[in-house]
Write a protein that binds this ligand. Sequence first.
Ligand SMILES: [Zn+2]
Length: 240
Amino acid sequence: MKLTKIAKYIIVFILILLSATNLHNPTFTRATEVPKVEITDLETSPIEPATLMSQLPSWARLVDIRTVNRNIRLDIRYATRNNFLKRKLYPIAKCALRASVAQRLSKVQTDLEKIGLGLKVYDCYRPFSVTKQMWEVLPDPNYVANPARGSRHNRGAAVDLTLVDRAGKELEMPTPFDDFTVKAHRNYSGGSARSRKNRQVLEDAMQKHGFIGITTEWWHFDAEDWQKFAILDISLGAIP
Ligand SMILES: [Zn+2]
């Protein structure tokens, strides 16, 4: 009898230990966000010097989305402490994108306005040095793009965003931004029917203008031609 009791305690203890381990090892990653072409040597990686920007064709230059479409709302989380690192990483709240990508995002906004909706962006171009900083704080590919490979955000060719109504209120989605659980996966079939419908409305609107979603984050979209653009390290303040 006594032995059974001890065995029970041991089993309960093992179960607690296992559940604690699982909680601290989320398996959902941002790894799919990194370029397919692996850059292993930073010395030879295509980081464009800022001086080259003015020599780029106008469609490839970084522009502030507000100069393209002022109706797109901003909630640049890395310019605040309201993000998963609880740190302010951008000196200013700016959504910069390659001009051709910004033009296409503007078309998405125009389409959505016809059905009483709009876009709110959380993150756009991310300077490469910020990706390095994020990696220093949290060197875990489950959360942060490894700087050895960079992120499509570093190329000004990716955007994190959600839908808002006419009043600017966020529509219900399966999770908040930067939720690294299975609930954020694009094919997650749980949650409310309304959240799944809203996720689909966003995906359809983005796809129509050449943006491709990634499987692990409903809010992240790459421009389909992201490979045209090199990794950049220009500060947000330097973008007109
Ligand atoms: Zn993203």
